[in-house]
Ligand binder design. Sequence first.
Ligand code: AMP
Length: 307
Amino acid sequence: MSLTVVGTMAFDEIETPFGKSGRIIGGSATYIAWAASNFVTPINQVSVIGGDFPESELAALKAKGVAMDGVQVKKDEKTFYWSGKYHMDMNTRDSLATDLNVLADFQPVIPESYQGSEFLILGNLTPQVQMSVIDQLKERPKLIVMDTMNFWMEVALDDLLKVLKRVDVLMVNDSEARQLSGEYSLVKAARKILTMGPRYLIIKKGEHGALLFHENHVFFAPAMPLDDVFDPTGAGDTFAGGFIGYLAKTRDISFENMKTAIIVGSAMASFCVEQFGTGRIREVSKEEIHSRIDQFVQLVNFDIDLV
Ligand code: AMP
């Protein structure tokens, strides 16, 4: 069993009401790989970085079972850079800068060693790159999950709609679901998006949890109520990594198992927000993960006697 992860490996600069991060490591594929590697290895990473990306970061991920054969290094260019600012409401943020740099003309090449991967997650990046990866796989994976964001809906909607037709699960946040569907009601938005290609839709609502839609079924997972949310950056990707990591580990892609996978994703995301960047998820232990998942079970567990 193996998992292929496509996405950005980045430098981020984040400002929250609690402080500034300075330049730190981020990127959708970075967060996904850190989260998923707690459940499944090897992870086949597909991304692109510049000569300025630290060797030590690649080494740390490799030590967690993440293969880097599909990560292109463009020595003379700069790594993708993103900066964002959160206000008091940490569910919304402003992107201050998105410098594509190496991402602008990235043509992914899937190494032979990645072929036959059963699970594929297309993390947030250029839809054209997401499509190219699907096209290069000789055998269709058992499950293809796709994440995206408003930025790509604005600059590459046609390509994004084409990728949507090829995937099983789409993950977006609530405002992106509204933007993509043109519907305010999330139920109506989901119904519309489920006609665009994916059979499953996950709508993330930040500290208000996540919804899973499939045919006429809906499942809701709360987010862990935490004392402090320090930095929400990467929470969506960490959620995605926990979700697909758990599905790949159990090799069960039923709706029932996806419910559990969403709880696992929510538990992983709850660690991510406790520190800036990847600080917390790179050191979290198996015991801490298990105990957080237990807390989730307690959070939603209740008895009822209908009179
Ligand atoms: P999340 O908070 O889960 O949405 O993910 C935040 C991460 O996404 C950051 O580490 C950024 O480097 C990365 N990111 C921000 N904008 C983009 C974009 N347009 N495409 C791909 N990755 C992005």
